[in-house]
Ligand binder design. Structure first.
Ligand SMILES: C[S@@+](CC[C@H](N)C(=O)[O-])C[C@H]1O[C@@H](n2cnc3c(N)ncnc32)[C@H](O)[C@@H]1O
Length: 274
């Protein structure tokens, strides 16, 4: 599984992704969630450090008040579990009133359990922010959404992924051509699911997203790891030749961007079920 736990905070510090994604979801998606009838059960898949999760939770809690019944966070990475408990304390502050449950599990495990139990799952708002980059979780998500479509239960699903216009997307394709194993290009797969399910879907670009390249502050210590979604350990096992080729590719690409920033827009795919 790709956890991005060595490099994600570095990227988020240099980029405006959190601000832009939170703004988009708050303005465009949360009002739709508030229009659902009755109580809201939010399932947030792969919160990582929880920077987006915590900001959205505050807005959603203010918007829904007591209608926000449950917020469930599924996070398989132990480092992020500790980080969430230590640094996103607001999420767990008044857990009696606004119940937040953090589960150390993958979405595949969660989905398989639901399938075995034949359980009617209560979530009516589900979010995946930069989580769908591996085949297993992509397949489980498709299964989960199929089950939800068949049950005709109301659900708003919001998936944010890297746009094919992103410099990261281009860099990953170039690394792949050099023989590196890269995260799956979800933007090429997901929009198709919903048309097959007959579920109306809206696809928005979240533009104006940038990642700064700070002169004098090397991107070498995080960018390759980040693009591969890897642990630093994996990177340290690369052959000297592979490392050199990758460094050369990144250096040239960054030079073309005048060493200032990378353009990293996202796609938001929102589907309304039931
Ligand atoms: C690129 S990070 C994004 C984190 C956060 N959502 C954000 O946008 O800042 C990917 C996150 O997905 C989690 N993840 C990876 N595989 C997963 C899986 N199979 N099920 C649930 N979460 C997963 C990782 O541990 C990590 O927290």
């Amino acid at each position: 599984m790709l956890f991005w736990d060595n490099t994600l905070l570095k990227y988020l510090e240099l980029a405006n992704e959190d601000v832009r994604v939170v703004q988009f979801v708050s303005e465009r998606i949360l009002p739709k969630v508030a229009r659902l009838r009755g109580s809201i059960n939010w399932l947030e898949v792969g919160p990582g450090p929880g920077t987006k999760t915590a900001a959205l939770f505050e807005t959603l809690a203010a918007l829904l008040e007591s209608r926000l019944e449950l917020t469930k966070l599924l996070e398989p990475c132990p480092t992020w579990i500790t980080y969430l408990r230590n640094f996103q304390t607001l999420l767990f502050a008044d857990s009696q009133k606004r119940k937040v449950v953090l589960e150390n599990t993958s979405f595949e495990e969660y989905e398989t359990e639901l399938g075995l139990e034949g359980e009617t799952e209560g979530s009516n708002f589900i979010t995946f922010f930069h989580v769908l980059y591996e085949h297993k979780i992509i397949e489980s998500t498709a299964k989960y959404l199929q089950r939800k479509a068949a049950s005709h239960s109301p659900l708003i699903a919001c998936i944010v992924i890297e746009s094919t216009d992103s410099d990261f997307y281009r860099l990953r394709r170039e690394l792949q051509a050099l023989g590196f194993e890269v995260p799956v290009a979800a933007a090429e797969l997901i929009p198709d699911w919903f048309s097959k399910l007959g579920i109306p879907v809206t696809i928005n670009s979240i533009n104006d997203q940038y990642c700064r390249i700070i002169p004098g502050c090397s991107y070498r210590d995080w960018l390759l790891d980040f693009l591969l979604g890897c642990e630093r350990r994996v990177i340290s096992e690369l052959s000297a030749t592979a490392r050199k080729e990758a460094d050369h590719l990144l250096a040239n690409f960054i030079k073309q961007r005048s060493n200032k920033f990378l353009y990293v827009p996202d796609l938001a795919i929102t589907a309304v079920f039931g």
